[in-house]
Write a protein that binds this ligand. Sequence first.
Ligand code: 5AD
Length: 355
Amino acid sequence: MMRVKHSLLQDLNFNDVEMTAGGNLKDSPLAVILLSDKYDSLLAEEADRIRREVYSDEVYLRGLIEFTNYCKNDCYYCGLRKSNSNITRYRLTEEEIISCCKTGYELGLRTFVLQGGEDPYFTDEKICSIISSIKGLYKDVAVTLSIGEKENESYLAYYKAGADRYLLREESASPSHYALLHPENLKAERRKECLKALKEIGYQVGGGFMVGTPYQGVEEIIADLKYLYSLSPDMIGIGPFVSNPDTPFAHFKSGSVELTLRLLSILRILFPHALLPATTSLWTLDSNALERALKGGANVIMPNITPKRVRDNYRLYPGKKNTEKEAAQTVAELVSRISAAGYRAVSSKGDVRRI
Ligand code: 5AD
């Protein structure tokens, strides 16, 4: 048993010749692990051992505020794409956003994630004002932004206003695969430049990708793992692609929950310190996957504290859960599920623990 585990870890070591020397990736040990369910319990067990070593049994909660569903982009997989006329667009006011934070703070949340489409209405000035209001009111919280590709000066301005973290999934590290998921004006290269700039500014940075997007094979997944390994992000968000009928990818099937869970464990083994969320898309496809993710390496959950009135309209994909619940109920339920799974939801900023 120990021997298998040891060789598995060696196989996952990115310094391995077969990972770096061109060759046929399909035959690489990592590809074999990705394509088989044989190692799943071993991977989860090892991932959990590592997460307990670095983060003990703590699970960090992030209050997710989806403050605008307007988007100037037209990504083929996403329900917020500008060409989708089947959703009702909304924007929260600064007061509404602050009120979400107030509710969240009272519930013990110490990180607020401001997520939105790329909405030009929210100028840098508006974003900075929101950030500094939150940070002015609450000294012991972290503000995370998830608002897409911006100019470096904008990233710098948000950071100076008090933003601590930035989530920008690379979506696909392979330029040719990226081009199949996005319109012509969006480039993998630009995405990577943004991530680099964010790191240089000093943000705690989150990357990640969807599992099971159209045209994604094992080579593309490995390209993402390698890219993330070189980026060394603080957070990595992965979730299954969920097919959305309101997009050009309506006829593709959703990604696999099993493969996502397997990858989560692999990520924990490769990135012992990383903050790894059990993402909403994962438990949207399979409710039990929340507990399975926690037991296989995940250490972050992002309860949605967006006002109920608009929550259903932030429709990246269909089937979103909890749209009828108040923030307090959402948080309470998650806290009890976390403890039933053998972990502990803590009221803390939950910064990355670099070793
Ligand atoms: N299925 C799953 N995840 C999606 N996202 C966007 N559309 C979908 C979809 N159809 C993810 C993207 C984005 C994050 C906010 O949501 O990876 O970065």
